[in-house]
Design a protein around this ligand. Structure first.
Ligand code: 3PG
Length: 215
């Protein structure tokens, strides 16, 4: 199995995507992200047809890492897996979904923000957790406080992250990568603003480099 944690950490940012029109937008979006140096996507099941979007993105850019987000059921895990998803993200900690993904050999990033969640994650041998919703749950100061009793975890914060606070987050050694929708907003996607998306990805990549150079 590919080292998905390592690949995500190398890229440093994970676009969180909701696609209302996968047939129209999945392929150009995949190309725009890759052109900007961000060959990864978390395609959320908040929109119907997320599995279709995952399949199209993987076909368009076979080297890209494409995962499924906002996964709430085992059926969605199956649909994502069959579409070629390489990782699964859930908003909260569901032990049944975590175990199911592990059985299938799928990387799983469950949303965890409390000591109870982290405890539960320990039992599954997870190394990277999604920290969601990051800003609303206490942000960087909570992430740092949680790493004292749980130094074995790296986290992928998502929720409220933008170009303004990306560097601050990425400068913290507990953070593996940051997720966000700021480079793939509904306005940008619906407007077909692929160049602007590529540009926002490039800016993000520069910030990843700066944060790592200082760290
Ligand atoms: C997620 O699903 O991870 C978040 O909704 C993305 O949060 P953002 O829109 O604040 O970046």
């Amino acid at each position: 199995m590919k080292d998905i944690n390592g690949l995500i950490s190398e890229i440093g940012v994970v676009p969180v995507i909701k696609l209302n029109n996968p047939e129209r937008d999945a392929a150009p979006l995949a190309k725009a992200l890759c052109a900007g140096g961000v060959p990864v996507a978390e395609v959320t099941f908040r929109a119907a047809g997320a599995d279709k979007a995952i399949r199209l993105m993987r076909e368009t850019c076979p080297d890209m890492l494409v995962g499924a987000g906002t996964v709430l059921t085992l059926e969605q895990v199956d649909a994502a897996f069959e579409a070629g998803a390489q990782f699964i993200v859930t908003p909260g900690f569901d032990p049944e979904i975590v175990a199911y993904c592990q059985e299938k050999g799928l990387a799983i990033y469950p949303g965890c923000t409390t000591p109870t969640d982290y405890h539960a994650a320990l039992k599954f041998g997870l190394k990277v957790l999604k920290f969601f919703p990051a800003e609303q749950s206490g942000g960087l100061s909570k992430i740092k406080a949680m790493s004292a009793p749980f130094p074995m975890f790296k986290v992928m914060p998502t929720g409220g992250i933008s170009l303004k606070n990306l560097k601050e987050y990425l400068s913290c050694p507990v953070i593996c990568a940051c997720g966000g929708s700021y480079m793939v907003t509904a306005e940008l996607i619906d407007g077909g603003e692929w160049e602007k998306i590529t540009e926002l990805c490039r800016k993000s990549v520069e910030i990843v480099k700066e944060a790592r150079a200082n760290g």
